[in-house]
Design a protein around this ligand. Structure first.
Ligand code: GTP
Ligand code: MG
Length: 459
């Protein structure tokens, strides 16, 4: 590999798309064939992410001469349900995901979460590709495991090719409707102007070499400058999830995208109000499958360098926020770091009106995405907050007289049981009868339902 690799970190690739369209299968395939080829050790499993080193990718692409062409050390794939990962991986005014893959089931076509993923990517100007998955399900398709798309396509009968074209161009048509000029990847000359679409099967590995190849190409062409980093600098990351782990208490899963984090480091973590200042008690990574006889699923490590996914155990992190920054600090930098983390959180909460609806979401990033969409639709927002719906929220909303505003719009969260009781009581007691909750895991559904409701109110 070329010398200049040294200061480029691994690009973070977010895998997005509608439920069941095959995100996890795609990643399993990338991992699985590597295991078969005896390269299992090379692929590193992180918390919430999988790292595929450049050598494995080059091997899969089947052309060894490529090894010198690429300067990134590999790709770090992040897989969580829907677009949760992407909206969580925020940084000021943008997303931390360097690249994204939107997975579409070629037989099912576009779904609400597909469109939502595309809109989020468009807004953040993240370079991405679309894969039309499950081509092996096309009637009559003959599987050629692990081959590139063109290689397997050319071996199909004209009837099968015809069926494929029909479904494939349906997806291309939908992309046009969403404002994207798109084409099959091998016909794209400028990936900045035209969106590349790669037909694949996550199950059989067909088209996977093309996916890896195009992703590397994108990283190479568009990201070189944004991937420069200082491996000796302070660790900087985003909280992906806050989780209770048996025997460990509350832990946070973090995607580290800059610097190095060490056990014992002082870290500042975002929450509502003043940031948390604490010390890293343990840095944990998943154990290899071969080590499963150990009690714990995790293995302690001394330090971790970006880009990586890591679980952190530390005191006082119960109210850390998903989507919030985590930055390590020294006694000299502590005050400045606290200020920085605080202002990032404050940035999200401000732009509210004196009158309007209440918005709640699971992470800072998704809250931001919601606020953005609702403002675009000229809906006033009085309060925007991360977290499940509480009793207090219901009470607050019930004091608002305008029925259009005594609503709670909830994305990807739960209604706490005691809050639900209050809502259920509305029929009998009529105490909180005016509070309406619109809850969904697709932002546009919430928006649609709310707008229908407003129309009803105005009639
Ligand atoms: P969520 O994480 O729930 O959003 O789903 P996902 O997008 O990760 O989908 P997943 O990979 O779990 O796949 C859903 C189902 O589709 C599974 O039963 C897979 O075996 C199947 N599947 C995924 N990819 C393919 C494919 O290329 N071909 C076929 N035939 N089945 C596939
Ligand atoms: Mg999955």
């Amino acid at each position: 590999m070329a010398e200049e690799n040294q200061n480029l970190r691994t690009p973070i690739v977010c895998v997005m798309g509608h439920v069941d369209h095959g995100k996890t299968t795609l990643l399993d395939q990338i991992r699985g064939t590597a295991i078969v080829k005896g390269e299992a050790g090379a692929i590193t499993q992180h918390i919430g992410a999988t790292e595929v080193p450049i050598d494995v990718i080059v091997e899969k692409c089947g052309d060894k001469r490529l090894a010198d062409k690429f300067i990134v050390p590999g790709l770090l794939f992040i897989d969580t349900p829907g677009h949760h990962a992407f909206t969580t991986l925020r940084s000021r005014g943008g997303s931390l995901a360097d690249l994204a893959v939107v997975v579409v089931d070629i037989n099912e076509g576009f779904k609400p979460q597909t469109i939502e993923s595309l809109n989020i990517l468009k807004r953040f100007k993240t370079p991405f590709i679309v894969v039309t998955n499950k081509i092996d399900r096309i009637l009559g398709w003959k599987v050629h495991e692990g081959e590139s798309f063109l290689s397997t396509y050319n071996k199909q009968t004209p009837e099968v090719q015809g069926l494929f074209e029909q479904k494939f161009y349906d997806v291309i048509g939908h992309l046009y409707e969403q404002g994207f000029s798109a084409d099959r990847f091998d016909r794209v000359t400028d990936f900045q102007k035209t969106l590349g679409v790669i037909p694949i099967s996550g199950l059989t590995g067909e088209g996977i070499p093309d996916v890896l190849m195009i992703l590397l190409g994108l990283a190479q062409r568009f990201l070189e400058s944004s991937l420069q980093y200082d491996i000796n600098g302070p660790g900087v990351g985003t909280v992906l999830e806050v989780k209770d782990e048996k025997g460990l208490g509350t832990t946070i899963d973090v995607i580290l995208y800059d610097g190095t984090l060490k056990k014992g480091d002082t870290v500042v973590i975002g929450r509502l109000g003043e940031p948390i200042v604490t010390k890293v008690r343990a840095l944990l990574k998943p154990r290899e499958l071969s080590e499963i006889r150990y009690e714990s699923k995790f293995q302690p490590i001394q330090e971790v360098a970006a880009a990586a996914g890591v679980k952190i155990s530390a005191p006082d992190i119960d109210d850390a926020l998903a989507g919030a920054p985590i930055i390590s600090a020294t006694p000299e930098t502590l005050d400045a770091v606290i200020e920085k983390v605080k202002s990032e959180i404050d940035d999200v909460q401000i732009q509210t009106d004196t009158d309007g609806v209440m918005i709640k979401a699971d992470t800072i990033g998704s809250l931001e995405a919601m606020v953005h969409e609702f403002k675009k639709a000229n809906i006033q927002i009085q309060k925007a907050e991360v977290g499940d719906i509480t009793k207090r929220d219901i009470m607050e909303a019930s004091t608002i007289n305008d029925p259009k505003h005594s609503v709670i719009l909830a994305f990807n969260i739960k209604v706490n049981p005691d809050a639900q009781e209050m809502l259920d009581e509305t029929l009998d007691l009529r105490m909180f009868r005016n509070v309406r909750v619109f809850k969904n895991d697709v932002i546009y559904r919430i928006l649609d339902e709310y707008q229908d409701f407003v129309k009803e109110q105005e009639e």
